[in-house]
Design a binder for this molecule. Structure first.
Ligand code: NAD
Ligand code: LMR
Length: 331
């Protein structure tokens, strides 16, 4: 065991799926919690996928990762969540070409209420949860509302892939290294209504609108590329994003458990407490900064009329999704 540290118990659901096949190896390698921190992987699958999961576990063994302190494979949710410090809710069907992510609510929504309850019953008292399975904002809302014992601030849904996509697009347009692009906020739903915000983003510390003169692109095509990137990947690959999604899971958790570099922020969907006039209790993509223990929504960012309109549109969509799942949420 590395440095005698107590391993972090990490539950991953849907562990034999596409994202799992990339994610588990990154976690076991130390990319999520650092090169000194051992982890135990608690892997949940549905019963028919247990054999495939055993194969994945064999491959993890065969990597001989020094930080991998143990694995538990199960098809029972309560066993998977037992003592978990972090829960990554990936297990859910992906969309196919021509679908919107919200079309998955009928198939996937029902997974998250029971899992929320099981997490509340079995996980460690410090548990934090990142929801990846789509539509991730509303699935996180369902699970959270079924687990009132867990503070609402411990629930996250993943908009980091959208942030990373936006960063790459801006870097390519400006012909700068991706590391020069900071302060990317993705507002709202992980869906085609999301608002990737170039107006508050920076390149080498300067406003993006000062560095990139093609403002039409920043206000139009850029937003559309990021909003539709998931569908573009599905069209090209014949399957939804997996390695880039796993990478965004690693980035999301690392950005929550480590202090955010001064002046920057990262995008993740968190419970709204009314920031930027977003209704309370929505699981809404915001720019967030962390001190490694607690996080806050970055206050006082400026929006023009177009940005406010986009934020209202994505808010309305999340409210509609919330309405669609009201039977999955205790009243
Ligand atoms: P996949 O079909 O390859 O894998 C999903 C796995 O989940 C399967 O192995 C399945 O057996 C398992 N599963 C299904 N129901 C389960 C349950 N109740 N408990 C445990 N496991 C269960 O799909 P994938 O490509 O890995 O994608 C997983 C989800 O992540 C999809 O909903 C996809 O749309 C979503 N996703 C989200 C983002 C994001 O940015 N938020 C990015 C990419 C993918
Ligand atoms: C993505 O953004 O790539 C994922 O949410 C998968 C999808 O359905 O687009």
């Amino acid at each position: 065991m590395s440095g005698g540290k107590v391993p972090i118990q990490v539950t991953v659901t849907g562990a034999a799926g596409q994202i799992g096949y990339s994610l588990l190896f990154r976690i076991a390698h130390g990319d999520m919690f650092g090169p000194e921190q051992p982890v135990v992987l608690r892997l949940l699958e549905i019963e028919p996928a247990m054999k495939a999961l055993e194969g994945v576990a064999m491959e993890l063994d065969d990597c001989a990762f020094p930080l991998l302190a143990g694995m538990q494979l199960t098809h029972k949710a309560e066993d998977a969540f037992e003592g978990a410090n972090w829960v990554l809710l990936v297990g859910a069907a992906p969309r196919k070409q021509g679908m919107e992510r919200s079309d998955l609510l009928n198939v996937n929504g029902g997974i998250f209420g029971p899992q929320g309850k099981a997490i509340a019953k079995k996980a460690s008292s410090d548990v934090r949860i990142l929801v990846v399975g789509n539509p991730c904002n509303t699935n996180a809302y369902i699970a959270r509302m079924n687990a009132p014992e867990i503070p609402a601030e411990r629930w996250f849904a993943m908009t980091r892939l959208d942030e990373n996509r936006a960063r790459a697009q801006i870097a390519q347009k400006a012909k700068v290294p991706v590391a020069a692009v900071t302060n990317i906020a993705v507002w709202g739903n992980h869906s085609t209504t999301q608002y990737p915000d170039a107006a508050n983003a920076r390149i080498a510390g300067l406003p993006v609108f000062e560095v990139i003169s093609d403002h039409g692109w920043l206000k139009g095509k850029f937003v559309e590329i990021v909003q539709k990137r998931g569908a573009s990947v599905i069209e090209a690959r014949g399957a939804s994003s997996a390695a880039s999604a796993a990478n965004a899971v690693v980035d999301s958790v690392a950005s929550i458990v480590n202090p955010t570099p001064w002046g920057d922020w990262h995008s993740v969907a968190v419970v709204s407490h009314g920031e930027y006039s977003v209704p309370e209790w929505l699981q809404f993509g915001f720019p967030v900064r962390s001190n490694g223990e607690q996080w806050e929504v970055v206050p006082d960012l400026h929006h023009d009329d177009d940005a406010w309109k986009r934020i209202r549109v994505t808010t309305q969509e999340l409210l509609q999704e919330q309405e669609m799942v009201k039977e999955l949420v205790p009243s």
